[in-house]
Design a protein around this ligand. Structure first.
Ligand SMILES: [Mg+2]
Length: 123
């Protein structure tokens, strides 16, 4: 059973990521949801999820800051950014903050799957 943390301020965004996650992991997961970076940080501390899927643009605390604080809290945290923000520099900035990969919205399930495979997060 894998614990996954899904953080996105939009219902539609969470639904989209959830669908992709269910396609990839089948039902053998516990999904924890957060609606901003601050909730994500708290949920990370409370649950120690295996993988975090993180939106970037969110109120209260954005995904850049949350990724930074989560990976400072746990240097082995696995944070995957899922964002429509394709501004140049967005990926580099999240990488500097500790994210492992950047997946563009709308999600291509095969791309997400191969990214997770390459990171050794799924077999
Ligand atoms: Mg957002």
């Amino acid at each position: 059973m894998k614990k996954l943390l899904l953080t996105d301020d939009s219902n539609m965004g969470r639904r989209m990521v959830k669908k992709a996650i269910k396609d990839i992991f089948s039902d053998d997961i516990e999904l924890i949801e957060a609606q901003n970076g601050q909730e994500a940080l708290q949920a990370y501390k409370d649950n120690s999820p295996h993988i975090c899927f993180m939106d970037l643009t969110m109120p209260v605390m954005d995904g850049y800051e949350a990724t930074k604080l989560i990976t400072e809290f746990d240097k082995d945290a696995k944070v995957i950014i899922v964002s429509a923000d394709i501004q140049s520099g967005a990926f580099e900035k999240t990488k500097q903050n500790g994210a492992l990969a950047f997946i563009k919205k709308p999600i291509d399930v095969e791309n997400l799957k191969s990214t997770l495979k390459n990171l050794g997060l799924i077999s």
